[in-house]
Design a protein around this ligand. Sequence first.
Ligand SMILES: Cc1cc2nc3c(=O)[nH]c(=O)nc-3n(C[C@H](O)[C@H](O)[C@H](O)COP(=O)(O)OP(=O)(O)OC[C@H]3O[C@@H](n4cnc5c(N)ncnc54)[C@H](O)[C@@H]3O)c2cc1C
Length: 479
Amino acid sequence: MRVAIAGAGLAGLSCAKYLTDAGHTPIVLESRDVLGGLVAAWKDSDGDWYETGLHAFFGAYPNMLQLLKELGIEDRLQWKEHTLIFNQPDKPGTLSRFDVPDIPSPFNVIASILRNKDMLTWEQKIRFAIGLLPAVVRGQKYVEDMDKYSFLEWLKRQGVDERVTSDVFIAACKALTFINPDEVSATILLTALNRFLQERYGSKIAFLDGSPTERLCSPIVDYITERGGEVRLTAPLKEILLNADGTVKGYLIRGLNGAEDEVFTADVYVSAMSVDPMKVMLPNSWKQMEFFKKLEGLEGVPVINLHLWFDRKLTEIDHLLFSRSPLLSVYADMSNTCREYANPNRSMLELVLAPAKDWIAKSDQEIVAATIAELEKLFPDHFGGDNPATLLKSHVVKTPRSVYKATPGRQQYRPAQVTPIVNFYLAGSYTMQRYLGSMEGAVLSGKLTAQAISEALPVANSSNLQMLTRPPATNAATA
Ligand SMILES: Cc1cc2nc3c(=O)[nH]c(=O)nc-3n(C[C@H](O)[C@H](O)[C@H](O)COP(=O)(O)OP(=O)(O)OC[C@H]3O[C@@H](n4cnc5c(N)ncnc54)[C@H](O)[C@@H]3O)c2cc1C
């Protein structure tokens, strides 16, 4: 069965991969000339890579790890020490670590918190542990119910004081969602904490050994094409064409450089576009449907990714760092963390600037200057004295609408992969799955979509489209 998939981000590629496994023929249609969507990367004229986002992989990413294994590329993940490292703004240039010992969960994470003496007092640790108890005891149902509160409101309700918020969780919220604790839904942080508490290596971090486009997306494309599927770049979906009964008749693909538009037909259609273009693309008759109306409740959040190349080594740390800077979120010296970007003599810092709403419209020069000012606090030895580090070059990648903005109440707007339109499905990290707006969420959503298509239309029956039946759309995919 031919399945047309709009979007070659991780969700679209994962969907295509699992469809080929089920014996179908996916054709992925991507608007841009680069694979990967939010993990896309480019090589500059010096041969240096720059990326849409600094991407950390976690031990608690079972579907991503399974996918890498199935592709035979799991050795491309460079696992780091099991620790979380934070800068200490009140002691410039110093770090505080949560070292996770190699003992069963949740004792490993609890031990890491108890052993950290810099960031939380004993009283704060105990209060936070008590506050977290309902999430641990009552599980995911409780976590989902907390979507009505911001994480800050939730902390206050649990009697956890302001300092805990400012010390640890601003960094965590910014890293996970690119927004601050007063804006982010409590469900997000509680979901992540639950994963980390339940899985021994859940909070262990890995970096890919090169650019996600080349080292992660290309092997998925090879896998798909070797099995009869196709991935077309510069093939933007312009319009979803409908039959009289409201089902999809075809995808109208915009002709580029003066070429004519093309009608692309398939047996089944998937949107693996992010939520913002999907909303724009909705046919008028679908806009009235409750299922699609809900998409209005979701929108992408702005974020900026910077790359700064320096004339010297600023640090030897081979890990992700939580900056705890008001301007920045996480960062890493990619010359240490990533094999393909390695350089023994010069640092390349990749930094995420978030929240980015006040910065997204500013010039690259302003953004770089503000970031360098922050680096004076993170690396005072290299920026404060007579011989400051020299910036050799920079790249700034702005994404005005990235993953869905995870403010309170969003869970109810996240759609299932199965839609009320019999031959149309959704994939994307914004769709309902339990890994939120992440690479793992994208891969899982694509897999769920492929499963739903294969269940609705097993290959043996694929010539008989009348067999397609559709249960009422639910969020059952969360399970
Ligand atoms: C700065 C940054 C840092 C991040 N850090 C992490 C991290 O450390 N760990 C983690 O797990 N996740 C991280 N993420 C999130 C992660 O990248 C995303 O959740 C995931 O990649 C989303 O994949 P997706 O396929 O759902 O959507 P997208 O990647 O948005 O893919 C959608 C695709 O659809 C295409 N498209 C759009 N319109 C059309 C059209 N009309 N026709 C055809 N194609 C179209 C787009 O070009 C794109 O390729 C980060 C994201 C950013 C931006």
